[in-house]
Write a protein that binds this ligand. Sequence first.
Ligand SMILES: [Zn+2]
Length: 292
Amino acid sequence: MPELPEVQTVVSDLQKVLPGKKIEDIWVGWKKSIKHPKTSELFKKQLIGKKFLSAARVGKNILLYLSGNTTLLIHQKMTGHMLYGKWKVKNGKWNAVGAGPHRDDPYNRFLRMVFSLSNGKQLALCDMRKFAKVLTWPTSDLGKLPDIKDLGPDPTNKEFDFKKFKEVIGSKRGKIKQTLMDQNIIAGIGNIYADEILWQADVHPFARVEKLKDKKLKDIFKAVKPILTKSIKMRGTSSSDFRDASGNKGSFQKYLKVYKKEGEECAKKDGGIIKRVKFGGRSSHFCPVHQK
Ligand SMILES: [Zn+2]
């Protein structure tokens, strides 16, 4: 699933190309991805003719601000990603025009929604597993939307210091990994980065938050920003389906230390072999030697 660095990559890409473009038409291939308004007809009615103002990230949500007090919110969920480029309909199917990742990378071929823009290009939602969520909302009322209002602080924010981290996490109970991934506690961290952060901080993913000493909390905090910012710099992790708006892969997978490294020697050279344990349908990767 795209996490903070991947969503940030897409948002930065879209911010470069969308402002000023008008939505001229919308093709909806999978109506269920629209969560608000109730029908795709209403959805189209609210958006066609509106102009993109800017793009922003809130947690793992992409917010596309439009004219007319309208915001288009996209949560990419499992396999969704936003592509920007040029497609044409041929025999009832969207085909990318010209060679390149949009046409040639099979992960970019699952178009579920296509916004045709005033410059002749398209913004497309590509989503193999169809879990992505799209909705419109009045911009002035975004603060009332549960997707936004319930989110915890953003860990890449300047104000997110150790004091804030301790304040949001220190009062919680439960497994540290789950706590880090809880969007209402901290927004943006998911499975990949929680594994990487805890490996860096020498903390077992199932360690109980209420039992962690200050020193350990500090080690975790110290791992959060550097890992997330380095991944943003590397344009995210594409260990499976994530692609940027041009359809290209990120490259942080080259820097992963523990995520999907099951059976490999621990990069801390402590003799540990990376283990994978399933919990709540998700895999956790850790080194049994230095993450006790
Ligand atoms: Zn180790």
